[in-house]
Ligand binder design. Structure first.
Ligand SMILES: N[C@@H](CCC(=O)N[C@@H](CS)C(=O)NCC(=O)O)C(=O)O
Length: 198
């Protein structure tokens, strides 16, 4: 399998760490999701990463479909069963992804919109969602030990992205999240090497 990727993407980091944690074999292939890339368009009509190209050529997206697929083909290594543990893990993944949607949206506002039409109230609204999401995640942190799951991995990817793009802006008053990120990197160095990077 090939994971169409870019190094800075939090969604790619989550998918790659999840596939590795599940013990699955895959190859990371870089594509240009910012400027457009025919190889990405062919695999994913939405032109977004991550996209997992299966051995039969099927392009699987988005990142949550990839974590669920990875869970199924690994015999359940990424999500606990039964509920409520499963529901809690999926909810943490959705919360982490939602924070990234906001953070990536803010980056895109600056990247794609000419400066004179950047709409600050929209940026503030996105950042408010991200901050509330972070506080929610901090209130009930996912596991980091042998019971690590896709929700834990998603939160680690999100914090890695915030550290890359919003260092100094997200950590204040969030010591529990700062410790979570550090503990994740210490406990799972083989996953942490896939965290978002420039
Ligand atoms: N819901 C998607 C979000 C993926 C996403 O937004 N990826 C960004 C990179 S971080 C992307 O491909 N952006 C290019 C674009 O939107 O055209 C997922 O979970 O995979």
């Amino acid at each position: 399998m090939k994971l169409l990727s870019a190094a800075a993407s939090p969604f790619v980091a989550k998918a790659a760490m999840a596939l590795r944690f599940a013990g699955l074999d895959f190859q990371i292939v870089s594509v240009d999701a910012t400027n457009g890339d025919p190889a990405l368009d062919e695999a994913n009509p939405l032109s977004k990463i991550p996209c997992l190209v299966l051995d039969d050529g099927t392009g699987l997206f988005d990142s949550r479909s990839i974590t669920r697929y990875g869970d199924r083909i690994s015999g359940g290594k990424l999500f606990p069963v039964p509920d409520p543990d499963r529901m809690i893990a999926e909810r943490m993944e959705a919360l982490s992804d939602g924070i990234c949607d906001c953070a990536v949206g803010i980056m895109y506002e600056g990247r794609f919109r000419p400066g004179d039409i950047v709409h600050q109230p929209w940026i503030d609204r996105l950042w408010g969602k991200a901050e509330r999401g972070l506080d929610e995640a901090a209130s009930d942190l996912p596991p980091l030990g042998a019971d690590l799951h896709a929700g834990s991995i998603a939160l680690a990817a999100t914090l890695g992205y915030l550290e890359l793009r919003f260092a100094g802006k997200w950590e204040n008053g969030r010591d529990r999240l700062v410790s979570f990120a550090a503990d994740f990197a210490k406990a799972h160095p083989e996953l942490a090497e896939l965290l978002p990077r420039a």
